[in-house]
Ligand binder design. Structure first.
Ligand code: UDP
Ligand code: MG
Length: 258
């Protein structure tokens, strides 16, 4: 019956959660009225160790809105792990799954288009932003540099796609087979294969609250992306080690001869 689960990671999102849950509820209602998804579809909000009102908002909605359920993580595990927790829980009975950030910077209306593509037979639908106007110059430049670097290292990632995507049940099951610990989902997805397509949307600015991705977290994610998907860093270290041994031996020899 096409049960859709929308997984929403939330870290200190008390300021946006009300409006996010009501917007996404309307979309689920519309899709279920149009018989594109089952009435048992859900919004699965994963509280990633926030200590503000995030969890109590989820609990309250769960009592009054049959679409809403939640997972409360024991501490902050980070965005990618929060998504993984939601995907693992959803894999029990979801036929299709969408991940979207709690601040709805990614256009929720694209969800309808994603579900249509799923019905047209695609297993993966990537949400791709068609502009970066809402980004700072620094974020734009660093993102471009990152995509270029990943490309040079031979890693297949979709430019301007983050963690807004639809996957179907088969893809979800395969993805969860990865024994990976340092998750970089946007790099893992293309490795799984299956038929895929894109939907394009304009990414908005955050409506309230602050970004939970300060520079150091962004760099750590980029580092996980590079080290998990390319052998170039580890090879460079080996070559550097050999060079160091070679030059040290040469230097010792030179000293002895002198
Ligand atoms: N998030 C999370 N755990 C974290 C950091 C972020 O679950 O440790 C969530 C956050 O609540 C949001 C999503 O990940 O739903 C993306 O974060 P944010 O919107 O702050 O990142 P940005 O859009 O600024 O890159
Ligand atoms: Mg955001």
């Amino acid at each position: 019956m096409h049960k859709l689960v929308i997984v929403i990671p939330a870290y200190f999102e008390e300021e946006v959660l009300d409006s996010t849950i009501s917007t996404l509820t309307q979309i689920l209602e519309q899709l279920s009225e149009e018989k594109k998804i089952s009435g048992g579809s859900t919004l699965l909000v994963v509280n990633d160790g926030s200590t503000d009102q995030t969890w109590s908002i989820i609990e309250n909605y769960h009592k009054s809105n049959h679409f809403v359920s939640g997972i409360n993580l024991s501490r902050n595990y980070g965005h990618q792990n929060a998504l993984w927790a939601g995907m693992t829980a959803a894999s029990v009975d979801a036929d299709l799954l969408i991940t979207i950030d709690a601040d709805l910077q990614d256009d929720p209306k694209s969800i309808i288009e994603m579900v249509d593509k799923y019905h047209a037979g695609y297993d993966v639908v990537y949400g791709v932003r068609n502009n970066r106007e809402s980004d700072t110059f620094f974020k734009r430049a660093s993102a471009n540099l990152f995509y270029k670097l990943m490309n040079k290292l031979g890693v297949n990632i979709i430019p301007n796609h983050a963690d807004f995507r639809l996957i179907d049940r088969r893809v979800l099951k395969q993805l969860l087979q990865f024994p990976e610990r340092n998750l970089f989902l946007r790099g893992m997805l293309p490795l799984v294969g299956f038929s895929s397509t894109k939907v394009f949307y304009k990414r908005r600015a955050r409506q309230a609250g602050k970004s939970k991705y300060p520079l150091h977290k962004m760099l750590l994610l980029a580092w996980d992306g590079i080290t998990s998907f390319s052998e170039v860093p580890i090879r460079s270290i080996i070559v550097f080690g050999f060079l160091l041994v070679f030059f040290s031996a040469f230097y010792v020899l030179y000293g002895l001869i002198r």
